[in-house]
Write a protein that binds this ligand. Structure first.
Ligand SMILES: Cc1ncc(COP(=O)(O)O)c(C=O)c1O
Length: 442
């Protein structure tokens, strides 16, 4: 049988067979979670099923992506219809799906952000946003936060401030890191109740020292995802927005993880902090598993662009636009944003109860269904529990629960599930985590 004929012959392959092919034909940079990775062949809602038929509760949603759940029938139904009509034209021609999606996305964006450009990923969205910001401001300097993750293309990786995700290579010029607001491990050794927000005000000095007192933009995640669900205090972003505007720069909110209702109370992560961004970039949850990304900005900013200044062969393709529109339909109809708030609050309540018993938990953070808890081997000393976090993930996986891992110290367990996760699945997941802690505590 050919590879093509084998595609849907699911029972033919074991995880071992597929890993062998991967080892031979994929570059070693393609790594998997877990010492014995599972071979997932099917998904439904917040469940994944492996090649042996075992089901798992998926609390990581393909890295915070599958907002409306795996293979939601509204989305697969619409995609099947579009597949039979038209798969690709490029933006050389207008299409109904792209126009309708742009209008819908603009209607959900903060007031004034009504111009869209579509790409295929978060990295590309950030590249395009920075290209635009530099052109609009006629300035090359861009500021991002320590512990930030913005992608793997040149500009995006140059603004990613985590050693794990950087390489020994020549980076883009004009990129500057400034402190993050990470109170549990404050870079200034301060207490959030008594500090003067040194972390935020430090950006002013960074800009004065490293630029001719002008910047193109500050690019920031409203809550950092890969950085370990670091959640700033309420004053942080308003101060940063004031500073970046003082130096004529744009405030760009990277909503790749925080957008589309994930943080519960608001549709966009940055709205939690009362800051109106000049531009937003998005991916992951925008297509709920379909590869797409976008930037949204104001008419005034986008007007500096000439035809051909931005282009993407697949950006805005009909299938992606249909995926995006059906995802929004599901989020609205099933009130997934409201659900994320209630479910996230419940998780945090129960995790805080668990924290009383399990000393391995050092800190619990997050909003809506974007939650992280930091594992520590010594709570008083806040010793990062990096080994413990890996072990915890393995035990949970063996018991049918998939989690995410993050943080500069790789000790933060991330809960960023499909927003369709049910209360029953939440209770089951908490039970599995509780048992894993008990097993580790011996
Ligand atoms: C906040 C943020 N921005 C950008 C990216 C890059 O997105 P992509 O992997 O789709 O290029 C990521 C990916 O994890 C992300 O978390």
């Amino acid at each position: 049988m050919s590879e093509f004929e084998d595609l849907f012959n699911l029972s033919k392959f074991t995880a071992k067979d597929i890993l062998e092919i991967e080892k031979k034909h994929l570059v070693p940079a393609v790594g998997h979670y877990y010492t014995e990775p599972k071979l997932f062949v099917r998904g439904e809602g917040a469940n994944l099923f492996d090649s042996e038929g075992k089901s798992y509760i998926d609390l990581f949603a393909g890295v915070c992506t599958v907002h409306s759940g795996h293979c939601h029938p509204t989305m697969t139904g619409a995609l099947k219809k579009q597949l039979d009509l038209l798969m690709h034209t490029t933006t050389l021609y207008p299409t109904i799906p792209m126009a309708l999606y742009a209008r819908k996305l603009a209607s959900l964006s903060p007031a004034g952000l009504e111009k869209c450009f579509f790409v295929n990923s978060g990295s590309e969205a950030n590249e395009a946003a920075l290209h635009l910001a530099k052109k609009y401001t006629n300035c090359n300097f861009v500021v991002s936060l320590l512990e930030a993750f913005h992608g793997r293309t040149l500009m995006a990786m140059s603004l990613t401030n985590q050693g794990t995700w950087r390489q020994n290579m020549t980076y883009a010029t004009g990129t500057i890191g400034t402190p993050n607001c990470y109170c549990y491990r404050c870079d200034f050794g301060k207490d959030p109740d008594t500090c003067d927000m040194e972390c935020a005000w430090f950006a002013d000095k960074v800009i004065r020292c490293q630029t001719p007192k002008r910047v193109a933009a500050l690019l920031a995640e409203p809550l950092q995802g890969v950085g370990g669900i670091t959640e700033p205090v309420p004053d942080f972003f308003p101060i940063l927005a004031e500073i970046v505007h003082k130096y004529d720069g744009l405030f760009i909110s990277d909503e790749v993880q925080t957008g589309f209702g994930r943080t519960g109370k608001h549709f966009w992560g940055i709205e939690n902090w009362g800051v109106k961004p000049d531009m937003m970039t998005m991916a992951k949850g925008i297509g709920s598993g379909f590869a797409m990304g976008a930037l949204v900005t104001t008419e005034e900013i986008s007007d500096c662009l000439m035809p051909k200044d931005l282009f993407s062969t697949f950006g805005g393709n009909p299938l992606a636009m249909v995926a995006g529109l059906s995802n929004l339909e599901i989020i609205e109809k099933e009130k997934l944003q409201e659900g994320a708030l209630a479910k996230g609050n419940y998780y945090k309540l129960r995790l805080n109860e668990m924290m009383e018993e399990h000393k391995l938990i050092g800190d619990i953070r997050g909003k809506g269904l974007m939650i992280g808890f930091e594992l520590v081997s010594d709570r008083d000393k806040k010793t990062p529990g990096t080994v413990e976090a890996k072990k915890f993930m393995e035990i949970c996986k063996d018991n049918g629960l998939l989690l995410g891992l993050g943080g500069l110290l790789a000790n933060v367990i991330r809960i960023q599930p499909p927003l369709v996760l049910t209360m029953d699945q939440i209770d089951q997941s908490l039970e599995i985590m509780d048992d894993a802690f008990r097993a580790m505590e011996g």
